[in-house]
Structures are given as C-alpha cells and as structure tokens.
Ligand binder design. Structure first.
Ligand code: HPA
Ligand code: ZN
Length: 326
C-alpha cells in the first residue's frame, strides 16, 4: 500500500552494513569455487537454511567462516559492487560500509587486495548509479588493542579514502574500555570513530563508548534506554545510533519486532537510524527492515521521514553534502 511505497521511495542512507556480512549464498558458492575452497554445505539453499542463530556469537562463528571465500581483489570488488547496486535499487543515496580487514590478513590476503577491491567497487558504483559511498575500517574487539593498533598503522596509506574507524565482534566480555589508547590514536590521526555497543552489552558499554572512547556514532545502542542520564547525554551530543532491527530479532536481542525499542529510542529524542547489518544472513536489506518495523510498531509517515533524515544527518558526509540531501 501507500506507506510501503513511501518507505521504498524515500532517499536514505545506510550506515551499518558489513561487506563480509553481505555475501549472498549464490555468491558464496561462486567465490568458493573461484578460490578452490570447499564449503561444508552442498548448495546455496542448504547454506541459507543454516542461517539460524541463537545469539551474536553463533552468528559470528558462521560469519567468520564465510569470510574465507573472500581472498582476492576481485572477490572484494564483486561483493561490494553487488551490495551497492542493490542499495541503489532501494533508494539508498549514501552507504557507509564496514569491512574488518583482520579476518582476511590473518589468512594471508594482502591488505592492498582488499582495499583496491572495495575502493574500486565504490568508485565504479558511484559512477554507474550516482550513489555516494565509503568504507569504515572495523577492527575486532575480541582481539587485542595491540592488534587493532597494528591494523591502524597498516591502513594509514589509505587514510584519505577511509571514512572512519569502527569496531565489531564479540561484545561481551570485550568492553570499550579495553580500547582507550586505540581510539585516542584514531582520533589523533584525524579519523571519525564508531563502535558496536549496547547490542548484547549493557548500557555501561554505551556510556564507555561515549565517555572513554569519545566516538561520533554508536552502532546498535539499544541498551542505552536503561540509563536515562546516558540517553540525555546521547541526545545532547547528537550521537546517532545505527539500529539494526531484523538483526536484533535474528540474534535474539529482542524476542519480537513488536518488542523492539526502536519507537522508544525515537520517542526519547535520540538520532535513531535503521540499518541491515548483514542482510543475507538476516534475510532483510534496509527497506525490508523499515517495512517490518513499520508493520510491527505502526510507524507513521512522519516517523519514517525522521528515520530517513536521521540517516543522512548521522552520516560521515561533510555538512554541506548533508544540507544538499536533506
Ligand atoms: N555485532 C558485532 N559484530 C558484528 C556484527 C554485529 O552486529 N555484525 C557483523 N559483525
Ligand atoms: Zn554490525
């Protein structure tokens, strides 16, 4: 009906999507064959049927296994380009994509292959579709701070082409406080920063991210609601939350979308955005996330407009570009 067409048509940004979490099962098999890798599923259908998760860790185990098919520059190019083509169809005008290089360099892939593939696909998709896109380097919180600092040094040669630095992986027991030096170094080198926090972790992890790491954006952030003073601080500092509702549902962060905190986050005045996280794994790209939330929470047209506007305002675009798009 009307609101569904409105959701599909409205220009939006996607700020929380992992390239290595966006390998469609057909692509997984194509890349495995190209690289001589034996998968433990017999068909793309069988692989898709394996996308059943209990929690973040059960997802991460499969996600890191899937990373093994991304080896050469062309592999990174193909996955990134396919996502941007799909995003363009969904009227995503701005896409800020995470990639976690540690998953690939540990298997012997040179960083230059990863960066050339991702940046090449972004350049070509920008030309082909008029979409605006960039990459955020996401380091792993289950590894050490020294490992993160080593990756930071390695990516410096691409500094001018990187939007910012993020962090993902197993949230508990790896609080933001583990990475104070790393995030300070990122900021000193001029990078914007964000971190996954408050997905499975408590409000205190979100507080640490804001107060100790001084990040510009929080990825997820759901659990902040249990700390009203923290909510006030997030509102005051205009820190965007990149919420991923269907991901939350599939990883049992919420028991149903009807129970999802999205509306409560909006009502608190937070700069909430809706994102897909790892769309093939969770069965929903960004428009499907918005459609399912609209149906479950009875979101109004005004609320959809707010979410789309927040996504543009919350992006790492320069302010004059934001003004043009809002
Ligand atoms: N959380 C933590 N790490 C991740 C996620 C997530 O939702 N998606 C991909 N890596
Ligand atoms: Zn994520």
């Amino acid at each position: 009906n009307n609101i569904q067409g409105f959701i599909r048509g409205i220009p939006k940004a996607e700020l929380h999507m992992h390239i290595e979490g966006c390998i469609e099962p057909d692509m997984m098999f194509k890349l495995a064959e190209r690289n001589g890798i034996q998968l433990r599923w017999d068909s793309p259908e069988e692989l898709r049927a394996a996308y059943e998760f209990n929690d973040l860790q059960s997802f991460l185990t499969l996600y890191f296994e899937g990373c093994k098919v991304l080896v050469r520059e062309q592999d990174f190019y193909d996955v990134t380009y396919d996502y941007l083509a799909k995003a363009h169809e969904e009227n995503v005008v701005r896409a800020e994509l995470f990639i976690g290089p540690q998953s690939f360099t540990e298997n012997g892939t040179p960083l230059v292959e990863l960066m050339d593939g991702v940046l090449g696909a972004i350049r070509d998709a920008e030309k082909a579709f008029g979409i605006s896109a960039g990459v955020i380097i996401s380091t792993h919180r289950h590894r050490s701070e020294a490992d993160a600092l080593e990756m930071l040094d390695a990516i410096m040669r691409w500094q001018d082409r990187i939007l910012g630095i993020g962090m993902g992986g197993a949230e508990i027991p790896n609080p933001p406080s583990k990475f104070v030096n790393y995030f300070r170094t990122c900021r000193e080198r001029g990078f914007r920063t964000c971190i996954h926090a408050g997905e499975e972790g408590p409000a205190d992890y979100v507080r640490q991210a804001v107060e100790l790491l001084k990040v510009d954006r929080i990825d997820h952030g759901n659990s902040c609601l249990s700390d009203p003073e923290l909510v006030a601080e997030l509102v005051e500092k205009q820190i965007a939350l990149t919420v991923c509702p269907v991901s939350n549902l599939k990883l049992n962060v919420v028991s149903s979308l009807e129970d999802h905190p999205l509306r409560r986050l909006l009502d608190a005045g937070l700069q909430v955005t809706v994102n897909s996280d790892d769309p093939p794994y969770f069965g929903a790209y960004v428009n499907e996330n918005l459609l399912q939330c609209q149906a479950a929470l009875n979101l109004s047209v005004d609320e959809i407009v707010t979410l789309a506007r927040n996504s543009i305002v919350g992006s790492f675009l320069p302010s004059q570009e934001v003004t043009k798009l809002t």
